[in-house]
Design a protein around this ligand. Structure first.
Ligand SMILES: [Mg+2]
Length: 231
C-alpha cells in the first residue's frame, strides 16, 4: 500500500462564526453600545466593517472618526452586554462536536476575541475543555487579523509548520491573515449571520474550498491530504 505524505499537521479554528454561532449576537451588542455612545451604526454596518477584526482596532477607527475617545468604561459596558447575551442565547455551530471527534490532527483556536470572551463563549457551549490550553487570542500578538501574527503564533505554540496548517475561517480579515501566514484556508459559511452569496465572497478572498455544514469538514480535510505529494 502506498503511503501518502500528509500535508495537514494542524487544524486552526477561528472561534466566532466557526465554533460558536456568535456573530449576530455580537454585532447587535456592538451596534447598540456604539449607537448609545453617539456613533449611530446598524448591525449590518458592524458586520461589514468589523467582522473578524479585533475590537481594539475597530474602536481606534471609531475614535478617529469621532475625533474623541470613547468613554473609559466603554469596553466593560460592551463586554457586560455581550456576555449577558451569550449566557442567554449563544449556541455552538451545529455538528461541531461530531466534526472535532472525527478529526485526527491536533486542533487549536485562533481568535480576534479576548481569552475572557472565549472562556465565556466556548465554555457556554461545552467546547472550552476540548481545546484548552490551545486557545490563542489576538491580544497575545502585536497585530490582529488581517495580519498573519496570530496564526504564526498559534502554529509556533503547537510546534507545527505554517505550511502544513489548515485554517477554518468565516471572515475576510481572517482569510487574509491565514494566507499571509502561508496557510491553506477553508471558508465556513454556516453561521446564522452569513448571507446568500457569502461563499463566493470567501472564495474570492482566497479560501481554497467553502462549506456550510460541519459534518463536511472531516471529508474536506481528507481531500486536501489526498492532494499532497507522495512522500
Ligand atoms: Mg469569525
Amino acid at each position: 500500500m502506498q503511503i501518502l505524505n500528509t500535508n495537514v499537521d494542524l487544524i486552526i479554528f477561528d472561534c466566532d462564526g466557526v465554533l460558536v454561532d456568535s456573530e449576530v449576537i455580537s454585532c447587535r451588542a456592538h451596534a447598540e453600545t456604539l449607537t448609545r455612545h453617539g456613533y449611530p451604526i446598524s448591525v449590518e454596518q458592524v458586520f461589514d466593517r468589523f467582522l473578524g477584526r479585533s475590537t481594539r482596532q475597530a474602536h481606534l477607527e471609531v475614535e478617529a472618526e469621532l475625533g474623541r475617545s470613547l468613554p473609559d468604561d466603554f469596553h466593560s459596558q460592551l463586554r457586560d452586554e455581550l456576555f449577558q447575551a451569550f449566557a442567554a442565547t449563544l449556541a455552538a455551530v451545529p455538528h461541531i462536536d461530531a466534526a472535532l471527534d472525527a478529526i485526527a490532527q491536533p486542533v487549536c483556536v485562533a481568535s480576534s476575541g479576548s481569552q475572557e470572551r472565549m472562556r465565556v463563549s466556548l465554555g457556554r457551549v461545552g467546547l472550552y475543555d476540548k481545546f484548552a490550553p490551545n486557545i490563542f487570542s489576538a491580544t497575545q500578538v502585536r497585530n490582529g487579523k488581517p495580519a498573519p501574527d496570530l496564526f504564526l503564533y498559534a502554529a509556533a505554540q503547537m510546534d507545527k509548520s505554517p505550511h502544513r496548517s489548515l485554517v477554518i475561517e468565516d471572515s475576510i480579515p481572517g482569510i487574509a491573515g491565514a494566507l499571509a501566514a502561508g496557510m491553506t484556508v477553508l471558508g465556513f459559511h454556516g453561521g446564522s449571520h452569513c448571507r446568500p452569496g457569502y461563499a463566493d465572497t470567501l472564495r474570492a478572498a482566497g479560501a481554497m474550498m467553502t462549506f456550510d455544514d460541519m459534518r463536511e469538514l472531516p471529508g474536506l480535510i481528507e481531500r486536501i491530504e489526498a492532494m499532497a505529494v507522495p512522500g
